[in-house]
Design a binder for this molecule. Structure first.
Ligand code: ADP
Ligand code: MG
Length: 250
């Protein structure tokens, strides 16, 4: 069985892509690697890692390794699992502009062929230029992450056709879906999904305590595994994994 590659992306602002992608990877029904593919610079070293990350454990080093070694060996060297509650992580780029030197399309296709783990990619903010559109094209499913303000929803609606185009799917296909973070402030998740013409994967509750574990490396408390964020991520991960496995069967 080859791996499934799922990408999370935002339209604008900072709705919680990194947090939600880490939560999904941690709750994925199989082992899932978290790939920090934010083209504007990765956050996990300073965030989840709290600034304490092996210096050579990241995507830029993996890309160099791939000139001489195969992907499995390169992943073995460059993936780091920062804590028992965290998924294995390939940390992202350190410099703005580095994204242009990453062969995203080739990397995505290679990752889709690994056996040991699925991949949840944090693709950051969507951009046609200087973004990771070639990686998005290789994903089996894409999730557009948005908050529920009118500004956020308008920018999400603007890029949803581009995501469907990148994925090669028609509007309504669950392989390009929507995640609403902190819905009802003021628009409901269902209203936003309709406005964006995207199927709703789900709404991620506001849960600052659990979110800080992923975004800022806060120490997880005893109730972290049962937190609203983690439980919701578990349900979304199941649903998304189901969509992808049925999509790949067609
Ligand atoms: N579900 C959530 N509930 C509460 N706060 C959240 C949630 N998701 C993210 N956050 C917070 O929002 C901020 C931005 O999150 P982050 O994941 O870095 O966003 P992005 O990757 O879209 O820039 C962080 O402070 C994070 O803790
Ligand atoms: Mg981020």
């Amino acid at each position: 069985m080859s791996a499934v590659l799922v990408g999370l992306v935002s339209a604008k602002g900072s709705p919680g892509v990194t947090t939600s992608a880490l939560a999904l990877a941690s709750q994925w029904p199989r082992l899932a690697l978290f790939l920090d593919a934010d083209p504007f610079g990765g956050d996990v070293r300073a965030g989840l890692g709290g600034g304490d990350w092996p210096p050579a454990a990241g995507l830029a080093e993996l890309v160099v390794d791939l000139r001489n070694t195969n992907l499995d060996q390169a992943l073995n060297r460059r993936v780091h699992r920062p804590a028992p509650h965290a998924p294995p992580v390939l940390a992202g780029l350190g410099c703005v502009g580095q994204s242009a030197s990453v062969p995203w399309s080739q990397l995505g296709s290679s990752l889709a062929r690994i056996h040991a783990a699925d991949v949840v990619a944090d693709c950051g903010r969507f951009a046609l230029v200087d973004g990771v559109e070639p990686l998005l094209r290789t994903c089996d499913a894409l999730v557009l992450v948005t908050t529920s303000s009118l500004r956020a929803v308008r920018s999400a609606a603007r890029i949803s056709p581009q995501l469907q185009k990148a994925a090669g799917v028609e509007p309504g296909d669950p392989r390009v879906s929507l995640m609403v973070v902190a819905a009802d402030e003021p628009y409901s998740a269902a209203e936003i999904a309709e406005g964006c013409r995207l199927p709703l994967l789900g709404d991620m509750p506001k849960d600052a305590g659990a979110a800080a574990v992923w975004s800022d490396g806060a120490r997880p408390g005893r109730s972290f595994a049962r937190s609203a964020l983690q439980r919701t991520a578990g349900r979304m991960a199941e649903r998304l994994a189901g969509v992808v496995s049925s999509g790949s069967a067609t």
